[in-house]
Write a protein that binds this ligand. Structure first.
Ligand code: A2P
Length: 343
């Protein structure tokens, strides 16, 4: 890295993704000289730790953002919308984990291993894609580059921490309550999650797709620069603490590649690890993906129902590669490619 005096901020530093951002900054030894941490008024004055130093949480209201170079946001769309101008006017680039600006024409939506190039010419707002889209594309892209893809059909098994720190607490408390024979009343998630699963808790649109499914479809096309790829998705919330898992059917334009070629393309791709042990029946699992940077991909097999298709199964930590790690990798890309000034 060429820059060592960066001043950065984490907005939403007490949340599930924000806390992970602090851990990733520390683990990757991201070269900041100053760090400011923001949360809501509920947390103001408390401290969080990064690189073994305590940082006091500030509120955004009335704060002076001058001197900041990069802010990693994960405090919801409304917060991003409300503070975009103030941060950008202060010369600070926002890398935003919310969906506020992901589909905006002037906002790069980036998975650095796939479309880092899109960061060139950014105008101060950069979006981190939806976590399910990231897990899908990390598994799909190496295969997509190998052989042109016509259609993808995805079913997700999404961890509760994707709905935030409070939802994760609800899973733990509810599970204990169910085991204790108590009556449970969901408060954060719309339905009981302990020993249950349900269609993703986002609004259903006129087409019958929920918000999460729609994001996966639209964002994947934007990241791949491919409007012609057909994508069908069903998103489901499951009682897993962490890491999203996805069953992915890939239909090619013509003849499908050999499984050997698929396996080696996946194995060679940075950020992907092949976990595909048929003899041991060991394939990607959320408990193996949790806390890891790599997206695990396995169950690589020909689709016996379609001569031009294959099936794969992927699991990735949605708080890490699906959010915090992707954000920090974008920041690293900006530093490494001298893209810290907005166009
Ligand atoms: P707080 O913990 O003080 O509520 P999650 O998605 O895990 O629920 O986390 C949401 C994050 O966004 C938390 O850090 C939360 O802070 C933060 N947040 C919510 N509203 C605001 C706001 N108006 N300004 C700054 N941070 C906010």
């Amino acid at each position: 890295m060429s820059v060592t005096n960066l001043n950065i901020a984490v907005v939403g530093a007490t949340g599930a993704v924000g806390a992970e951002m602090l851990r990733v900054l520390e683990e990757r030894n991201f070269p900041f000289s100053g760090l400011r941490v923001f949360a809501s008024s509920r947390s103001a004055g408390k401290t969080v730790t990064c690189k073994e130093k305590p940082y006091t949480l500030e509120t955004l209201e009335g704060a002076d953002f001058s001197g900041l170079d990069i802010a990693l946001f994960s405090a919801g769309s409304e917060t991003t919308k409300a503070y975009r101008k103030a941060f950008n006017d202060a010369g600070c680039i926002i890398i935003d984990n919310s969906s506020a600006y992901r589909m905006a024409g002037d906002v790069p939506l980036v998975i650095p291993e796939i479309n880092g190039e899109d960061l060139k010419g950014h105008s101060g707002m950069i979006a981190v894609p939806n976590c399910s889209a990231i897990v899908l594309l990390m598994a799909l892209y190496p295969i997509y580059k190998l052989t042109p893809v016509k259609r993808v059909v995805v079913s997700t098994y999404q961890a509760v921490s994707g709905a935030g720190a409070q939802a994760l607490r609800e899973l733990t408390e509810q599970t204990r309550d169910v085991l204790d024979g108590k009556v449970v009343t969901p408060t954060i998630l719309p339905h009981r999650i302990a020993f249950n699963l349900f269609s993703h808790n986002t609004t259903i649109n006129d087409e019958g797709y929920n918000g999460e499914e729609w994001k996966v479809i639209q964002e994947s096309k934007k990241i791949l620069h491919d409007d012609s790829i057909a994508i069908g998705v069903t998103c489901v919330r499951v009682p897993v603490e962490r890491a999203h898992t996805e069953s992915i059917n890939i239909e090619f334009m013509g003849e499908r590649p050999s499984l050997e070629a698929v396996r080696s393309a996946l194995g060679a791709f940075p950020g992907v690890k092949v976990v595909d042990d048929r003899a041991a029946n060991h394939f990607p699992m959320p408990i193996d993906a949790s806390g890891k940077d790599d997206v695990l991909v396995g169950r690589i097999r020909n689709d016996i129902s379609n001569p031009n298709a294959i099936d794969i199964f992927a699991s990735g930590d949605q708080l890490r590669k699906g959010a915090a790690l992707d954000a920090v990798q974008i920041a690293e890309y900006l530093v490494e490619h001298d893209l810290l000034t907005k166009k």
